[in-house]
Design a binder for this molecule. Structure first.
Ligand code: UD1
Length: 421
């Protein structure tokens, strides 16, 4: 199995190109099931999660051609020939649940394996199902699968007020509502930039959605959607991760393609830690010329600080002067990187969903592994500032979400390589 070897070797400086957003692409792709006309995505990231979604859509009867070295996905879904998303694919990637809404809307029924728990928490799908029920769908659970069926005469649409903000449930609900017979209203909907990207693409396909970018969405169902060509938004989490990498080494990188307005909470966190951040319409530049300072951070739904940035910012805070308090409010078990960072010399204690990080003057290389994507990235970030060599194992997590990770870090001077051991 491959590992990443990383050695701290001073400041990272230069330019890193930011890829299309994994989480946006994973919700834009299933929208191909909504139309019998071609849907083309440009600026797609080259990631294993995207290949898993390609495989899943293929199993349902869609055609997905990966062009221009994977940066263009030409999709078409003339007919949905199979209405079941199998456990074998769904267990690999939770985002597979995002085929439920569009398949139900277009084919009248959809059966999807329940994704089950994952390393960062229980992660139920009850809100996905309740939203579909509110639109008139009938839901049955049997043998580990959820089956959703439209009522006779089609889905009327309806109102749903999310008791908890959920990105995935909002996306599934949106894709189910766009082809309903009537109007649907979503309250307390997630308003992450990836949701705005989905809404904008659905509108480009002929959907009628009001309130885009707010927590109240009104969706007027239309009879059919047409094809479109759409550019995937830049990955704000990839950009934030490389910002932490540059800052922990005392360097400066320009994140080419990143959009500041979509990552303001991360920018504010970096500024509170003492980083210099500047931006223009096409890039964000992050540097750290002075000492890093402790600060208190709490994750929250957008526009709050993304839970997907918590582990990387924690790695950065390990080298800050003073004690920081980090609160994770979205997932119940998202501190698995703590014991690994501790093995590298970090001083972190946790109690429930709160971590206290006391900055240390030196981190030391170690063999580490993490159980999720962003946690793995936090170990790479710590490794870039550690004395000696860090070996990060279980690379399949990183390959799910970071395109050409070692190449991009080498571009700015990192001593990092992938080895087969
Ligand atoms: C998405 C992102 C993930 C990110 C997360 C939060 C993708 C592919 N993944 O995950 O990277 O960390 O948003 O920003 O876009 N919940 C329920 N019932 C549900 C659904 C969710 O209780 O039916 C809870 C979850 O357990 C969690 C919270 O709601 O505590 C937020 O989860 P959610 O926003 O749904 O995350 P995902 O869409 O799975």
């Amino acid at each position: 199995m491959d590992s990443i070897l990383v050695k701290g070797n001073g400041a990272l400086n230069g330019v890193i190109p930011i890829a299309g957003a994994k989480n946006a692409c994973l919700t834009l792709m299933p929208a191909t099931l909504l139309s019998d006309e071609p849907l083309t995505l440009t600026n797609a990231p080259r990631l294993s999660d995207i290949r898993t979604m390609t495989q899943l859509l293929g199993s349902l009867g869609a055609e997905v051609a990966s062009l221009q070295d994977g940066q263009v996905l030409a999709m078409s879904s003339h007919a949905i020939t199979n209405h079941t998303a199998d456990y074998d694919i769904v267990r690999k990637m939770r985002a597979s649940i995002l085929v439920l809404g569009p398949m139900l809307a277009r084919a009248g029924e959809a059966t999807v394996s329940m994704p089950g728990g994952c390393a960062i928490g229980n992660r139920p799908i009850d809100l996905h199902l309740k939203a579909l029920e509110a639109f008139g769908a009938k839901i049955e659970l049997a043998a580990g699968y959820v089956k959703a069926v439209q009522p006779d005469g089609g889905m009327p649409g309806g109102d749903f007020d999310f008791p908890v903000v959920s990105v995935g449930a909002t996306e599934n609900a949106l894709m189910a509502a766009v082809l309903a017979n009537g109007t649907s209203r979503l309250f307390n909907a997630a308003r992450e930039p990836e949701i705005v990207d989905l809404c904008n693409m659905l509108v480009a396909m002929g959907a009628e959605i009001e309130g885009i970018g707010t927590s109240s969405l009104i969706i007027h169902g239309v009879k059919r959607l047409h094809g479109a060509t759409y550019r995937v938004m830049p990955d704000r989490i990839e950009a934030g991760s490389y910002a932490c990498a540059a800052a922990i080494t005392g360097g400066e990188v320009r994140l080419e393609g990143a959009r500041a307005d979509e990552m303001m909470a991360t920018i504010h966190a970096l500024q509170a830690i003492g980083c210099d951040v500047s931006w223009d319409a096409k890039s964000v530049t992050v540097g750290a010329s002075g000492p890093l300072k402790a600060t208190n951070l709490t994750t929250a739904p957008y526009p709050g600080l993304a839970t997907d940035m918590q582990a990387q910012l924690m790695a950065l805070l390990c080298k800050a002067e003073g004690a920081s308090v980090l609160k994770e409010t979205i997932f119940e078990n998202r501190f698995m990187h703590v014991p690994e960072l501790t093995r590298m010399g970090a001083d972190i204690t946790t109690e429930g969903r709160t971590a206290v990080v006391k900055g240390v003057s030196r981190l030391t290389g170690a063999e580490v592994m993490a159980t999720d994507l962003r946690a793995s990235m936090s170990l790479v970030i710590a490794g870039l500032a550690a004395e000696g060599e860090t070996t990060v194992r279980r690379l399949y997590h990183l390959d799910r979400g970071y395109e050409r990770l070692e190449e991009k870090l080498q571009l700015v001077g990192a001593d990092i390589e992938r080895v087969d051991d």
